[in-house]
Design a protein around this ligand. Structure first.
Ligand code: BDP
Length: 459
């Protein structure tokens, strides 16, 4: 029987699983510039033996008569290279590379690029850009940072918390970064939209590696693949690359989350979108996050890294933890055999309502979440020796969603509560991430203590 609604009644329908907060989420900054001003800077970094190479391009607006001077300063404020003009290459012998957190004893080294513009009227503009010198590359089975295999042991996040909702909040941000360090996480994905610029600035400084995702979420209707959507999506990627291109922490672009990538128009759509993104940035790999079948995904041929979401024994086979290992194993084997590209488990997890305990484990208990994680981890431990290059838990913290019988006051797949308190699974993950970090640094499985001082990490 059709339900009765008052005339004009409607509800805005969104096709994503996070609360659609209204209002301004971030600071709005108004600023002035001189008539002739530095409009944009692009840096691309490279390494030749122990020499860091910083190629720069400076765009100036508002006038034609100006001079540009460029200095690169190290962390002690010493000038290590200088140049002139709006394009050039700076060379840094004995370079300190930008390394991810836990990959090096001195992670996140940042130089400062100072750009000074002088005009005949002597009105000048001045801009300082933090620069991390590092390289990113992908092989058939590895993700390389500075030529060394990098394993993403991290999280997916949301811009979400109690009281503030989606609003930007410095204390929350610092708390989250402290928790990432506590956890031994070296990376996150900006699921499912670009995060505030302050977040990326902190990632540069903490050495937290980022998969930068555009707001391409909820592309689940066939009509979403039309020309108008595609045109808009290309523009969105242009905006994202323009904004985030200079962050050393950003190592890969994600053009979408769980789109309907198995329908016919998806092939042209993703080919165009990914080719365009690669042309905008020649230095970073491009991906999108898939939940399609390995042999049905029409976008997968165009990505550099396969990112897969799966929820074994959660959205099907309820309560049957025993299916996880065989299903996950065949997921990885099938994707790798078909595509021969490195794979990231970009989401996995289970809801746990804090304080609910069940033995044997039952869905929604902390024990069930723990058991799901442990089952995933045992397969990940085999496959990370081969071609799996990362695992990102869904989710860092509980977050608000719209209301539905699927959600118990929001999504409870956090390993931290929405108030950032740890559930049992946080300790499981912490033990694991530190072990992986210590192994890859050649310290065996012996956990080493982390420090919480101003330097993120000391061995
Ligand atoms: C995935 C989505 C994510 C959801 C998650 C879930 O990418 O946005 O929050 O499932 O259902 O499919 O918890």
């Amino acid at each position: 029987m059709p339900l009765w609604y008052p005339k004009g009644y409607f509800v805005q329908d969104t096709k994503f699983d996070f609360f659609n907060y209204a209002g301004l989420h971030r600071s709005v900054v108004l600023y002035t510039t001189p008539t002739t001003y530095i409009d944009d800077i692009t840096v691309i970094t490279n390494v030749d033996q122990d020499i860091g190479l910083v190629d720069y391009w400076i765009s100036v607006q508002g006038g034609e008569h100006f001079q540009l001077e460029v200095h690169l300063l190290d962390e002690d404020g010493k000038v290590v290279a200088h140049g002139t003009g709006n394009q050039g290459q700076l060379q840094v012998p004995g370079v300190n590379l930008w390394w991810p957190y836990l990959m090096h004893e001195r992670p996140a080294y940042l130089y400062s690029l100072e750009v000074k513009m002088t005009t005949p009227e002597s009105v000048s503009d001045f801009y300082t850009l933090p620069v991390g010198i590092r390289t990113v590359a992908v092989t058939k089975s590895k993700f390389l940072i500075n030529g060394k295999p990098f394993y993403f042991h991290g999280v997916n996040k949301h811009e979400d918390s109690d009281i503030r909702g989606k609003g930007f909040d410095w204390p929350l941000l610092i708390k989250d970064f402290n928790l990432l360090r506590w956890l031994g996480a070296n990376s996150f994905r900006t699921s499912h939209y670009p995060y505030s610029e302050e977040v990326l600035q902190l990632c540069d400084r903490y050495g937290i590696v980022v998969i930068d995702e555009c707001p391409g979420v909820g592309i689940v209707l066939p009509q979403s693949f039309g020309n108008e959507s595609l045109r808009h999506h290309l523009e969105v990627m242009e905006e994202l690359v323009r904004r985030d291109k200079n962050h050393p922490a950003v190592v890969m672009w994600s053009v979408a989350n769980e789109p309907l990538s198995a329908i016919k128009p998806a092939a042209y759509y993703f080919k165009t979108l990914i080719t365009h993104t690669k042309a905008l940035d020649l230095t970073r790999p491009v991906t999108f996050v898939s939940n399609a079948k390995y042999d049905a995904d029409l976008g997968a041929p165009y990505v550099d890294v396969i990112c897969i979401n799966s929820y074994f024994s959660w959205y099907h086979d309820y309560g049957h933890l025993e299916v996880i290992q065989p299903q996950l194993n065949s997921q990885f084997e099938n994707w790798y055999k078909t595509h021969q590209k490195p794979i990231i488990q970009s989401e996995y997890g289970a809801d746990a309502i804090p304080g609910i305990h069940e033995d044997p484990p039952r869905m929604f208990s902390e024990e069930y979440q723990k058991a799901v994680l442990e089952n995933y981890h045992s397969v990940l431990d085999q496959k990370r020796k081969e071609y799996v290059v990362g695992e990102l838990i869904w989710n860092f913290a509980d977050f608000m969603t719209n209301q539905s019988p699927m959600r118990v006051v929001g999504n409870k797949k956090g390993i931290f509560t929405r108030q950032r308190q740890p559930k049992t699974s946080a300790f499981i993950l912490r033990e694991r991430y530190w072990r992986i970090a210590n192994e890859s640094r050649g310290h065996g499985s012996e956990p080493r203590t982390q420090c919480f001082g101003s330097r993120p990490f000391t061995f």
